[in-house]
Design a protein. Sequence first.
Length: 392
Amino acid sequence: MSLTFHWFLPTNGDSRHAVGGGQGTPATASGRDRPPTVAYLSQIARAAEEVGFAGALTPTGAWCEDAWLTTAMVSRHTERLKFLVAFRPGLISPTLAAQMASTFQRQTGGRLLLNVVTGGDNQEQRAFGDFLDKDSRYRRTGEFLHVVRELWQGRTVDLHGEHLRVQDAKLARVPDPVPQVYFGGSSPIAGEIAARHADVYLTWGEPPAQVAEKLDRIRSLAAAEGRALRFGIRLHVITRDTAEQAWAEADRLLDGFDPETVASVQAGLARSESEGQRRMLALHGGRRDRLEIHPNLWAGIGLVRGGAGTALVGSHDEVAERIKEYHALGIDEFILSGYPHLEEAYWFGEGVLPRLQAQGLWQHPADKQAAPTAPTAPTAPTEPAVLAPFAS
């Protein structure tokens, strides 16, 4: 299977320095360097589209702009790029979410992907009016996705669940195509929900041995449900013509991390209920002296940012080799980002993607769309069909 790459839309601002935010943490001051205007985000989206990214992730949280509204506006300035919209299922009705997704598909020509974020920070969830505990949030997510998927299939739904209730719910128009559901989570209950409802299971960028263990567990859970999932990974990237140049850039970012900011961010992240965030924190332990936790895998971003906290760092050839290492585990989709996002999209797109293409591991999405289809054999003439009257 050809690898798929997605970029990131920095809706809390972009910078030549690492920008904080995520998992309930506030955005750092550097996030004000490049405001997340539609014009700037569209510039990033067009660059990503040009170099060969299939889609772009837009985050969710109190620290950034709304993902639905932002991507709807940016979509008008792109042609092919898909939008992986992160959203929290406990904050809106499942019927409304299904309708919004259906509308998005029609208005963009089928360019919506959905990243379901259950939420791992109690304080942030309560700010949005959600007072359930973590396990209850995941059970609600399961009910939510059940309703949404049934509606997308054109069915009428009645549900009186533990957390959600809908009666005679249906859509006037179903989405075409049905959006793919991306879902992450490292806790046992997150794995259960992913196995039942996800199309693509996402992990943050842990060392390959830890990723392999996690993927094996999710595969087993999905198999028990009679399902098979695809797998993706979320990473930052710093790739240059030489390894020395790439590590010099990582060191420059690290030099910009104020110790007081690092301490404050780490204290806030330590309160998170997210198992994935706990695993991210354990990779560096708040220290600066052992941040290369696997060849070309750097945990420095996690010192100032919640959520995805690791980066692939190295020459274009080295980064390509690490991607192949994750691919060997079963990872087919890579969601990447880098500071600043406009420039780093070009570094990766012009440096790494051609190397993967030369090895037959990647094809530009535009080339896939332009590939000719095999001619179909002529068929014998048939009797005219009898058309049924329209239903009212």
